[in-house]
Write a protein that binds this ligand. Sequence first.
Ligand code: ATR
Length: 484
Amino acid sequence: MLCVTLTGNTHEENSRIIKEHSRSADLFELRIDYLEASQLDKTADFTKSAGKPLILTCRREKDGGKYRRTDRTRASLLARLLESGTWSYVDLEEDFRRSELEQTARSRSIEIIRSFHDMEGVPDDLFTRMQKIARRGEIPKAAVTAKGMKDVITVFSAETQLASIPRKVLLAMGDWGIPTRILYKRTGSFMTFASPPGFSAAPGHLDITAMKELYRSDQVDASTAVYGVIGNPVMHSASPRIHNPAFHALGIHAVYLPFQVDDVRNFLVLADLLKIQGVSVTVPFKQQVLPYLGKISREVKQIGSCNTVVREREYWKGINTDYYGFLHPIMEDLNAERIRKAAVIGAGGAARSVVWALRNHQCQVTILNRTPEKAQRLAQETGSSWAALDDVSAVSGSDLIVQTTSAGMHPYSDIDPLPGYQFSGREILYELVYVPEVTKIMKRAAEAGCRLIPGRNMLLGQGIMQFETFTGSAYPFSEDTVVF
Ligand code: ATR
């Protein structure tokens, strides 16, 4: 079940959210700690008109909520609302035992969700506490704070460790915990929580549109093939928006989600636990993943960097679709020898794939970098020339300029990495940055009449090839698939 947390200050606001999302959400949690005091007396009427099952929750500050008054006042407020409203569940914290409240709930067939929150970490006795609650006939709910991959593994191991508790909620907060919210059924949870778009009710809460339409998390079950992207940071990744709509369009029962990762080895433990079928690999793991691969393709061996890992029978296989994604938009020009001379700005991981791809297609390449020693090293390895970034004469006469650095990328969108270079209008400018869509250097090149290849092309090219590697199916282009 998908539950949307209502954090409006008024019932009017919450009613609007219910109306907007009643098709996506199975139930709503009314957080009365967010309500203006004047609204509390109107709560019973609100519950009667909601038209969906409701959870009554009044969260204290120490558990991440807004309620500041005493537990006694809170107990009498909850008692009053339980008596007068129409509720399916009430959330009461583990250390907030009030027999009169529990009796009222039972007499009105309102189920008790007994929750505890750990804002610091994952408690050692997490599973025993949940078992104890379940033995009392209540639904245990634990929200813990994952601080790394190992904590995420602990939470997912609840699916087997706590299999005897049919209804429970266990989730990890923060960016580390996002997979536990999306794949909630794989933690053994019977519901997950989401926010209305534009407001996050708790650390790591995703919005209901992402949960329902992008990840379709309520459709995920034991037979769903799980894919993802590993990186750190990774939450900004556009890849879920490339893969998930395409799975849906082809009727493939699969989900693709972001995994924040600290250590590749730990992630592979989780990958075995969740039977993950394949992942995209992003910064900083493109090299770190190499020791774990049982098989690598030719370009991974040459570049020393891997952005796509797929499960073969008994090992992981690595390929590099950045390489092919980069080449795709310029392949015709390379074949027709319209591109013979290229300048590559940058000498980092992205530049490595670009330089090797161009060198393998008989281009003369000059690498320019802020730190010239790095340009020199990559040039020596690939048989290219090199220059310092401010030596714009090294760029003159290039048929193609490839911008691979983060200069110009949000939040550095004011930076032009080649301010001293005057475009002749004959060069192709290939920008790898895709946020913003038009960078400062692209504007200058466009004014000079250059052909532009925006970063989105390579992003899509590498993603589409990944999709085909993951599924064996051609990417289904339509209005519903590539939607950004
Ligand atoms: P990626 O995998 O995206 O290529 P990377 O390996 O960290 O990331 O490489 C970043 C590249 O962007 C490097 O070439 C870096 O230059 P240095 O080697 O001098 O660090 C370049 N870069 C980053 N910020 C830059 C800036 N403000 N101006 C120019 N180059 C920049």
